[in-house]
Design a protein around this ligand. Structure first.
Ligand code: ATP
Length: 286
């Protein structure tokens, strides 16, 4: 999971050195737009509104000389939900980190709606990819600011609606200051489940055509887990969803399952078909 947090750590560092609130947000936008590791090609174009067809063509990648992803071919249709499963270290997180271009493939090509990622301006691509990960980044500030982090300039009505879709309604109603409640170390401490709902609310607000979910491995009580699951199910409707899946329910409900092993996709298909095949997936899920 480390991969996703490198950028977030940078953002956290920046926000801490700035006054709380909107200045921090603006800085974050600048940071994403000027990530020194990945520059826009001079002729990069702003991404149009994406449908969310995603294609990996013979993509390989390594953080150093050691190859991590080896010749990945993957074709995902707009609106489809694909669950990525496989042993720890197989490369699931790394693969999905290539989509918002946290890293560049060493060879091969990734396209969205037929356009190569590196031909699109980075900020216009990332604006259309939602990321809900298990380690949620909250900063000291109001609940409003923490949710609006999904989309700057959202109205209170939009923020409240996103909070309700993420099943934060009961929490909001129980707080005398509502969206103005300060959360984090100097305010109301949120539980693990509430933090995840904040991350889901951000994604509802952002309303992206493409969603990357890194499902929590840590145990939540079963009621909370069900609520989060149903919020995530609602969130993924109509979006291309790539989920690093740990729960059997998520895996079974996915349109297709990609089984990764040692940097390759070794099996891909729907749950029943993969079980019938009697291969790696059947052994993993058996
Ligand atoms: P898990 O289910 O444990 O999260 P994963 O399938 O998502 O595993 P990755 O996190 O993609 O696997 O890791 C694949 C390999 O890449 C591992 O060997 C890991 O040690 C290595 N790796 C991950 N992130 C980095 C990094 N930032 N720098 C160097 N190596 C890394």
């Amino acid at each position: 999971v480390g991969v996703f947090y490198r950028p977030l750590e940078k953002i956290a560092a920046v926000i801490e050195t700035y006054p709380r609130g909107i200045a921090g947000f603006r800085r974050y936008q600048e940071l994403l737009a000027t990530d020194p590791e990945i520059a826009d090609a001079p002729d990069a174009i702003p991404a149009p509104a994406l449908r969310g067809d995603i294609r990996f063509e013979n993509v390989s990648f390594g953080y150093d000389e050691r190859p991590i992803l080896r010749g990945i071919d993957l074709d995902i249709k707009a609106g489809e939900t694909v669950a990525f499963v496989g042993p720890s270290g197989a490369g699931k997180t790394t693969l999905l980190a290539l989509l918002p271009r946290f890293y560049e493939p060493t060879s091969g090509r990734i396209t969205v709606d037929g356009m190569a990622l590196d031909q699109l301006q980075l900020h216009s691509l990332r604006r259309q990819i939602g990321l809900v990960s298990q380690d949620v980044f909250l900063f000291g500030g109001s609940l409003r600011e923490n949710i609006a982090y999904g989309r700057l300039g959202a109205s209170d009505a939009e923020i409240t609606e996103a909070a309700r879709q993420a099943q934060l309604g009961p929490l909001l109603d129980s707080l005398p200051d509502g969206l103005n409640t300060i959360v984090g170390e100097r305010g109301v401490m949120l539980s693990g489940g509430q933090k995840q709902r904040v991350a889901i609310a951000r994604a509802f607000l952002k309303n992206p055509p493409i969603l990357i979910l890194d499902e929590a491995t840590s145990a939540l009580d079963s009621q909370t887990e069900r609520e989060i699951q149903s919020a995530l199910d609602a969130l993924s409707v109509g979006r291309t969803t790539l989920v690093i899946a740990h729960r059997l329910g998520t895996i079974r409900n996915a349109d297709r399952i990609a089984v990764m092993q040692d940097g390759r996709i070794v099996e891909m298909g729907e749950h029943g078909a993969l079980v019938a095949r009697g291969g790696v997936y059947a052994r993993l899920s058996g």
